[in-house]
Each structure stands twice: as structure tokens, then as C-alpha cells.
Design a protein around this ligand. Sequence first.
Ligand code: NI
Ligand code: MN
Length: 229
Amino acid sequence: MAIEITWLGHGCFTVATAYGQIIIDPFLDESPTAPIKAKDVDAKFVLVSHGHFDHIADAAAIANRTGATVLGNFEICAWLQNEHQVKNAIGMNLGGATKLPFGTAKLTLAHHSSQLPDGTYGGNPGGWLLNIDGKKLYFACDTALFMDMQQIGAEGLDFAAVPIGDLFTMGPEDSLQAIKWLAPKRVVPAHYNTWPPIAQDAEQWAQSVKLKTTSEPIVIEPGGKLLIA
Ligand code: NI
Ligand code: MN
């Protein structure tokens, strides 16, 4: 089965696999650009990159309704279990991977912060490297540019999602260097155009990616899909 990736605006993606749906950084009900609400999500796995509201807002609601397993750093998983009654969670830490029915999920480095919405310490921020039936998908999530992306790129990526919004994460210029180091077959921009301070011209970004990297840029609207076959 081909892997279907859907961008739900901001940093939120779903990945449909033969083993159920994965949702990454669910931010739907209060996102100005999300095409669906949290109640519409039927996920088996909820992956949370860090503690910020715009990444974790709907995680507990989705997991508690669907029974999904939440993956995140140890601090975030403990907070979801203790404060939001999430039943199934796998607390991880940076560099660690866990085996799941669809393959593996590794919590990778990110340079950012991770305080939880109520002020609780949220551990270190991360990104996600997924291996699904041999396909390697990397979600950088909220991060600055960092050189270890070369190491992630050495995995041989079929897909990457990188932030381009600037201000809170890397911007379009730094994303070009990130894409050179990651060298994914296809790359999608994220974390932009949600609010005016992170407005970016994605078409212009795509032109630069075509010109300066070997990756294929794919610009999708919120709700848009992409197949990894
Ligand atoms: Ni953040
Ligand atoms: Mn964010």
C-alpha cells in the first residue's frame, strides 16, 4: 500500500499506512488553517514533537477518543497521562526509536524549546524519523537549521517536511541548506502561513528548491495529499 501523507496546516500531518493512521503534532480545533477538526481524526498513533500549544493542542482529545497510542518525549507523555488521562503513551528521548506495527519511529534532534501549555517543563523538542515498510519519512518539526541533518539525510530519505515560516523556526533560506543536507526525494514546506508573522511565499520557495537542491519540492494546500509509493 502506498503511504498517503496529508498536510493539515501548520505543523500537522497525517500519514495513512496499512496499519492505521498516524497524526503528527495535532493542532486543528484552534488552527486558522486546519481543514478538519480533532473530532474528524481517526488515528492509531499520535506523535508529538514538543510541548508547544500549536503542536500538542488536540493530542489528548484525539488519543482519548480513539484509543491511539501517543509517542513523544518522556516528559510530554507523563504530562499527557497524568494531567489529561491519556491511557497509552510511549515516552521516549532523543535518539531513541521504538518499534510499532507500521515500522519504527525515532525521536530526532531539534533546536527549539518545549514548555507545555500550563508551564510544565516539556523536556527537549524533537523531530520524527519514520520507517514505514522501508520508506523513510522525516518530519523536522519546529527547529533551527543544524548540521546533524546531514546524518539524518544519510539514511536516504524518501520524504521530508521542513519548516519555512521563520521567526519561530528556520526560514526559507536556511531550509534550502537543510534540504541540501537532508537530500530527500521529495520535500514539503510546513509551519508557515498559519498567522501573519510566519507568512511565506511557498511558490518562490519551491523555485529556489528546484534551482539549488536535488530534491523535488511539493507545495500543498492544507488538506492536500501526497503519495509515497
Ligand atoms: Ni514550537
Ligand atoms: Mn510551532
